[in-house]
Design a binder for this molecule. Structure first.
Ligand SMILES: Cc1cc2nc3c(=O)[nH]c(=O)nc-3n(C[C@H](O)[C@H](O)[C@H](O)COP(=O)(O)OP(=O)(O)OC[C@H]3O[C@@H](n4cnc5c(N)ncnc54)[C@H](O)[C@@H]3O)c2cc1C
Length: 449
């Protein structure tokens, strides 16, 4: 298919659109406002970051740190397909166990045993020390309802996950210590605000449908290093520092994009921007903008003067900090708080103090260590809030303008705001472009479940 396509935004949605269309023979130009790719799934240089003793000390050297730890599960099949297309699939390292730590340091792990799906967690689940026997029975009962209800119930988008858990008579401790840590990080929303459809989707696709779908993939390089022009291929031209500042319309079509005082023309245009940016550029789109809200994520990066753990990662129970990732040698830890509205008003120093205090309850070695450096990234607009009744308002890739299409994690992907959702949106937008060009192609890979 020979066509010239302009993609706005070099995040995962834009890059996924671009790779599919370039593979179909289009000439693709990606306009990205920043000087690098990846959007929210990227890395920043932090200067003077101690290098944890793995390289010669050089206090002035800057280090690329991820915006925040990004985690994928093996069920993210479009994201994995995209990594394959750009040649970086081997840079994702899979972890086969979830580790939970209680304050005081007691640890439990969940991993696949010898039973087939959906019973593959049975043995390790029964061994979890942070749930009582009664709580485990209650959780198992609720999990047993997921495979049938996820497909058959029609009200799951209208009720919250907490409504569903209460309907299933889940004890408070099971909600707080099992459902909450898994779901708040997967959907980036609290249980009383998240649509039950997304909660059940995470458990069905990620935990129950196949015995390896839960495996957690972590990039072994800084996120930004996953995206290179070489990996994207020769038919894609990236225009860095090229913010699109206007979209021109003529006779019901998009006639061009404005950037840095020039007009960009193409046959087809794809916006792969977050919703608030699209609204600013093209408020005429018939989208109920008001229903879209943000949910924040806070990433806390701490470099200690000595190793404080040898665990690769862990969910930290009953405290503000939800997850810990060991980024290097147990000295550099990344801590994540999803749906972190409680931290929005706190200063960065207060957040670091809280994080170190809480960490010392889980990892005793923290009490003897000193913090060499800390860095807090509060992403107030991290994702859209996956609240009930939003699904119907998420727009399709096709718009009222026949040569203009939408991608982005907030569009109608069926997924919450995730890297998988962003790539799915890109694949769907690319399919829409090929349909408009009378050369339809399929790129989307269906869910495993
Ligand atoms: C802190 C944090 C942690 C997260 N953790 C996870 C996780 O663990 N797992 C997971 O799957 N997902 C996670 N996510 C969500 C995931 O990062 C996003 O869903 C996904 O990256 C969104 O991709 P996108 O392409 O839709 O949007 P974006 O990544 O926002 O891309 C939009 C791009 O457009 C560019 N842009 C903006 N305005 C213009 C303009 N006017 N002209 C040109 N370019 C423009 C931006 O610079 C950006 O590069 C996390 C997000 C955050 C913020």
């Amino acid at each position: 298919m020979k066509a010239k396509v302009a993609v706005i935004g070099g995040g995962l949605a834009g890059l996924a659109t671009a790779t599919c269309l370039a593979d179909s023979g289009c000439e693709v130009d990606v306009y990205e406002s920043r000087g690098f790719l990846g959007g929210r799934a990227t890395s920043w240089p932090v200067s003077g970051a101690p290098n944890a003793g793995l390289q010669p000390e050089s206090p002035d050297e800057s280090e690329l740190v991820d915006n925040c730890q990004h985690v994928l599960l093996r069920c993210c099949n479009n994201l994995l397909d995209f990594y394959g297309r750009i040649g970086v699939a081997d840079r994702i390292k899979y972890h086969s166990q979830f580790i939970f730590i209680e304050p005081g340091g007691r640890m439990s792990t969940m991993r696949r045993g010898c039973l087939p799906a959906p019973a593959h967690f049975a043995e390790s689940f029964l061994g979890l020390s942070f749930l009582t026997f009664h709580e485990k029975i209650a959780v198992s009962r609720a999990m047993g309802c997921i495979p049938s209800e996820w497909r058959s119930r029609t009200d799951l988008d209208r009720i919250t996950m907490l409504d569903w858990l209460q309907e299933k008579q889940q004890p408070q401790a099971a909600i707080d210590r099992f459902w909450y840590p898994i779901l708040v990080s997967a959907v980036n929303e609290k249980l009383d605000t998240m649509a039950a459809a997304h909660g059940l989707q995470v458990f069905w696709l990620g935990m129950l449908s196949q015995s390896d779908s839960y495996q957690m993939g972590l990039p072994s390089v800084p996120l930004r290093e996953l995206y290179s022009e070489q990996g994207l291929g020769p038919n894609i031209q990236i225009h860095y520092r090229s913010p699109i500042t206007g979209i021109s319309l003529l006779n019901g079509h998009v006639s061009g994009l404005e950037s840095n005082d020039r007009l960009i023309e193409a046959d087809y245009y794809v916006s792969a921007l977050p919703f608030e940016r699209v609204q600013a550029l093209l408020p005429a789109l018939p989208i109920q903008w008001k229903v879209f809200e943000h949910s924040p994520i806070t990433g806390i990066h701490i470099w200690f003067d000595r190793p404080v753990t040898n665990l690769p990662h862990a969910a930290l129970l009953d405290r503000t900090i939800q997850w810990m990732f060991n980024k290097r040698g147990g000295r550099y830890l990344q801590l994540v708080v999803s749906a972190s509205r409680c931290l929005t008003e706190m200063s960065k120093q207060e957040i670091v103090k809280l994080a170190v205090r809480e960490l010392s309850e889980f990892l005793p070695a923290v009490r003897l260590a000193s913090v060499e450096k800390a860095h807090v990234i509060k992403e107030v607009r991290a994702t859209f809030s996956a609240k009930p009744c939003l699904a119907a308002f998420r727009p399709d890739a096709d718009t009222i303008f026949p040569n203009f299409f939408l991608a982005g994690d907030w569009t109608r992907t069926g997924w919450p705001a995730t890297m998988e959702g962003a790539v799915r949106s890109g694949y769907l937008a690319a399919e829409a472009v090929t349909r408009a060009a009378w050369s339809p192609r399929n790129f989307l890979i269906p869910d495993i479940g």
